[in-house]
Design a protein around this ligand. Structure first.
Ligand SMILES: Cc1ncc(COP(=O)(O)O)c(C=O)c1O
Length: 412
């Protein structure tokens, strides 16, 4: 910081200059990290809520009971979509990682209560790094279960060998980040229940997509016996700015394990349900507002549009000789490998980046093969007619140039 301050417009100009060098989240040329809706009304609503709630604090529900009531409506709305039992409950958090941290905490406390000294989290190799992070933060052991090489869902037979009396939590994704495929939630939850462990369904990505899909799906929500917790992110396919997820628990003892309450200091009772203390109410109230605006029909319409767009992208990419989709992705996330030795998809991705398209890369570590990955957002519908020809061109150019790329996958 300089000694002398600067005029506001001067500061904003510098911010805009810096922003202009990064990819534009509205441009629909990114396929993850941001979820552009391309819908001016949703954006107007999110801006307006953030404007109104800019200086809010969601720490104290007694001081701001209305904020707290609307936040509870968000939890209840998500709970309804995923059939949370009446005796269950949950809270909002700042994102998927915090929801997962809370689910692992609750599972650890339950395991300790039944006498397990060093509890274990068992997760598919495709599970998001947030589980390994939670195990690291909360001092649990972490075991990774391999994927079935064809479906890329967790190999339930191999999982069976990893779950035992020390297991606090077994994870299933609905659907997974790397491949967009469903784990067999019913089998995973039954296995967890056999050993007295919890089963967490990671619906951080799928939770606001799966309830609105047409057609048959394998059972994946709280209707499945043995599912004890779930994370659903609203700052992904709930279409609100970052800072909003919901963690849900089926069993009524969750609050006692998740809430932190303390009064051994001079300033009175402090209570908080998750990691953060003071935090903005804006992201959660934006979620409330978008839910009011879209309604169930709106979400159904938006999800149908994304699934249609994902299908067109898939068809376009697979028109390239040797490009093959991984597993059977069910919704808006999918990935491809190259079965043609002379086609490096990383090399094609490098060329696509020169044209301003940022596809995600898979390394193949832990299952599957190296390849490319997309998370489709509503705004992508409007760029498919540019994306697909560019993809086809860049694959051809990569083959012609005989390029091999060294640039491995980076998630974040
Ligand atoms: C399946 C899955 N779970 C959890 C997370 C973590 O969510 P966040 O980045 O909001 O903490 C992600 C993020 O992409 C994810 O894809």
């Amino acid at each position: 910081m300089e000694t002398q301050g600067r005029p506001v417009d001067d500061v904003l100009a510098e911010l805009d200059l810096a922003r202009g060098k990064d990819p534009d989240p509205h441009g629909a040329h990114l396929f993850g990290l941001t979820y552009p809706t391309g819908d001016a009304e949703i954006e107007r609503l999110c801006h307006a809520v953030h404007d109104r709630m800019l200086y809010s604090n969601a720490l104290n529900p007694f001081r701001f009971p209305e904020q707290s009531r609307l936040s509870e409506e968000v939890v209840r709305a998500v709970a309804g979509l995923v059939h949370l039992p009446r005796e269950g409950g949950g809270t909002t958090t700042s994102g998927g990682t915090e929801s997962i941290l809370m689910a692992v905490l609750v599972a650890r406390q339950r395991a300790r209560a039944r006498g397990v000294e060093r509890p274990v989290v068992v997760a598919p190799a495709s599970a998001h790094p947030a589980y390994a992070k939670a195990a690291h933060f909360l001092d649990l052991d972490y075991r990774q279960a391999p994927l079935d090489p064809t479906t890329l869902a967790v190999d339930v037979g191999a999982l069976r060998g990893l779950v035992d009396e020390r297991t606090a939590l077994v994870v299933a994704s609905a659907f997974s980040y790397p491949h967009g495929v469903m784990d067999d939630v019913a089998a995973v939850a039954a296995l967890a229940a056999e050993h007295g462990a919890g089963c967490h369904v990671d619906a951080c990505v799928g939770g606001m997509v799966l309830p609105f899909l047409d057609g048959e799906l394998p059972a994946w929500d709280f209707g499945v016996p043995g599912v004890t917790s779930m994370s659903v992110d609203l700052h992904k396919y709930g279409f609100v700015p970052k800072g909003c997820s919901v963690v849900l628990h089926a069993l009524p003892d969750w609050a006692g394990h998740q809430w932190f309450v303390y009064d051994q200091w001079p300033a009175g009772l402090y209570g908080s349900p998750a990691v953060a203390g003071a935090k903005s109410a804006a992201p959660v109230l934006a979620a409330w507002a978008v839910m009011q605006h879209l309604g169930l029909d709106g979400y159904r319409r938006v999800v149908a549009g994304m699934v249609e767009a994902a299908g067109r992208i898939r068809e376009g990419f697979e028109s390239v000789d040797g490009v093959v989709v991984n597993g059977s992705p069910v919704g808006t996330v999918m990935s491809w490998r190259s079965e043609r030795p002379e086609l490096s998809l990383f090399a094609a991705a490098d060329l696509l980046e020169q044209r301003g398209w940022f596809l995600n890369r898979l390394t193949g570590t832990g299952g599957g093969e190296p390849g490319l990955h997309v998370m489709v957002s509503p705004a992508h519908e409007h760029v498919i007619d540019q994306l697909v020809p560019d993809f086809v061109d860049c694959c051809e150019d990569a083959v012609r140039a005989g390029v091999q790329s060294d640039d491995a996958g980076r998630y974040a």
